[in-house]
Each structure stands twice: as structure tokens, then as C-alpha cells.
Write a protein that binds this ligand. Structure first.
Ligand code: BG6
Length: 298
């Protein structure tokens, strides 16, 4: 669809407008009394969220290579249908295909209470079936209200069960990653991705002074990212998600990543809401699942 057709079909005066963003990717801009948000139709990836009169709550790398089929380093990548490396085939790219595909807009809405909403869909196609032989519908709905609500809903449209690992892989900006604390996971076990997925437990809030790559399992807790330098806390609540991934690449991994600046590990923390490892979701034909993340600041 051209930008003109997107605006004619789904634009809402003063609230939703489509334009070509970096790398000529189609982007939806949502705007209302609560703030602004932008969503790239490539990956259905939220790129920004700014509550009115507040600093950005979503982070994107200045070194991102924008283009269809590429990965945008930041925002809220939609991870589906596998999290991390493919479970059996290293040749298949990490974190599934949803973040690399161009999605369709399904509908846009403006509520009476002022909230603005866009729903995008992705169905199985030749590219997805070549790497994952299942029929599905995936919907990503972004609602800009007093909080930002992001919902990833998927349905098995095939005749056999399938198993999915998923995540809303959100990058949050912080003033200095070494000064923040992530609270909410003190009583939860995690699998340490940097130590052979060993199951570990730390009773304290999470601080960043080295690479951190943890999958907290069996956790439905809200997380709070306390940023004393900025003087604010980012809250991340969720439903339909039993895993939380906390990731910061630190010095060496940031230096290895070509789409991340060497120093940018200072600027963000990923707190991801999903279903990973033993929390994988199995769906029988016609069954569906919804993973939802809600973000706000105080
Ligand atoms: C996190 C993983 O979810 O994503 C990390 O836990 C990974 O291991 C990170 O490095 C970024 O992944 P990618 O595929 O976007 O480079």
C-alpha cells in the first residue's frame, strides 16, 4: 500500500497519520492529548513513545540500519515465533521473522476518552512458511492512552498444534545504565544466558555493571526501572507473559554489534515481556494467545 492509500484508508484527522520514515519504511504517527507514538509497519515495531511534557520512554540506536528485512536496533521489536537463536537450526536468524516482515494495517480507532489505537496483522506467507511451516495470524495492537499498551495476539490457523516462544523486546532509555535499578524480580529465578542457561537467583534489585542477559521464568511481576539520574521510574506491567528478559550488552558485546554504538550501552536497558524456554506457548488449531505489555512513568 502507498502512503497515500494508507492515509486514505486508515488515517484519522489529527490523530493518525502515515509517512515514509528512515530507509523509506512506512511509519504510523499516533498523536493525542496523552502524547505521541510512532510505529514502523516493517516489524510492527514501536519506534517512539513520548507522554505529553515528558522525555522519550522508548530508545532507538543512532546506528540502526533502516531498510525492509533489516532489524531496527531499539523500539519494541516483536519477537515471534522463536526467541533467541532458532532451537534447532543456527542458519535461521535470531528472534524469529516477525520483526523483519512488512505488516498490514488492520484497523485504526479513536476512542471517546481520547485514546488512539492501531492494529496491524501478519499472516503466514511463502517467506514465513519456508522457515516455520505453520498457518497463523499475528496481530499487534498499540494503544496510546494515559499509558502505552502493546498487545501481541496470535492464533493457530492450521490443522496441527504449534509451539511458540515470544517477546515484546522493549528498549528503555536511561540516563546512565550503571546507575539504574530494575525492581520487581527479586524473588524470581532466572536462566543466565551468559552461563549456559544455569538457573540462578539474586535477592536484590538488578543493577548493571557488566553484561546482563537473563531470562526470568515463571514471572508475571511488574518491573520498575528506577532512574535516579533522570529522577523518574518507568513501570512495565504485563499479562499473558510468564517470562521477563533483562538485557544490557555492556562494553564488549556493544563493540561487536555493528548497529549499536560502542558507548550506547550506557543509554538503555531492555526489559522484555514474553514467554521463553519452559514458558513456551503451545496452541492447538484455532487456539490463540495474547501477550500484553503496559508502560508508564512516574
Ligand atoms: C535479547 C537476548 O533478547 O536480545 C540477547 O537475550 C540478544 O541475547 C539481544 O543479544 C539482541 O538480539 P538481536 O538479535 O536483536 O541482536
Amino acid at each position: 500500500m502507498t502512503i497515500q492509500t494508507l492515509n486514505d484508508s486508515f488515517g484519522i484527522d489529527k490523530h493518525i497519520h502515515f509517512h515514509l520514515g528512515r530507509g523509506d519504511l512506512p511509519v504510523a504517527m499516533l498523536e493525542n492529548k496523552f502524547g505521541t507514538a510512532t510505529v514502523c509497519l516493517c516489524g510492527a515495531q514501536v519506534l517512539s513513545y513520548e507522554p505529553t511534557n515528558h522525555d522519550p520512554v522508548i530508545w532507538v540506536s543512532r546506528y540502526t540500519n533502516y531498510g525492509e528485512g533489516k532489524v531496527i536496533r531499539g523500539g519494541i521489536p516483536v519477537i515471534f515465533p522463536w526467541f533467541g537463536p532458532h532451537p534447532t537450526d543456527d542458519e535461521k536468524y535470531a528472534h524469529g521473522f516477525a520483526r523483519r516482515q512488512l505488516w498490514d494495517v488492520k484497523k485504526t480507532e479513536q476512542d471517546d476518552d481520547g485514546r488512539t489505537r492501531i492494529t496491524m496483522t501478519l499472516h503466514d506467507n511463502d517467506t514465513t512458511r519456508a522457515v516455520w511451516p505453520h498457518a497463523f495470524e499475528l496481530c499487534l495492537t498499540v494503544t496510546l492512552g494515559e499509558k502505552l499498551n502493546v498487545s501481541m495476539a496470535y492464533k493457530n490457523l492450521g490443522t496441527e498444534s504449534f509451539t511458540v516462544t515470544d517477546a515484546l523486546h522493549t528498549y528503555f532509555p536511561v540516563a546512565d545504565s550503571t546507575k539504574i535499578k530494575v525492581r520487581g524480580l527479586e524473588n524470581v529465578h532466572y536462566l543466565d544466558q551468559l552461563d549456559g542457561f544455569k538457573r540462578k537467583y539474586r535477592p536484590n534489585p538488578i543493577g548493571i555493571w557488566e553484561e546482563v542477559d537473563r531470562i526470568y521464568i515463571n514471572s508475571e511481576e511488574q518491573c520498575d526501572i528506577v532512574d535516579p539520574v533522570k529522577g523518574r521510574t518507568i513501570h512495565v506491567a504485563k499479562s499473558g507473559s510468564r517470562s521477563t528478559v533483562v538485557w544490557n550488552p555492556w562494553v564488549d558485546k556493544a563493540a561487536r554489534m555493528t548497529d549499536l554504538g560502542d558507548e550506547e550501552y550506557w543509554e538503555f536497558i531492555c526489559v522484555e515481556s514474553g514467554n521463553v524456554k519452559q514458558n513456551a506457548i503451545t496452541l492447538a488449531p484455532n487456539e490463540s494467545h495474547e501477550t500484553r505489555q503496559t508502560i508508564w512513568i512516574t
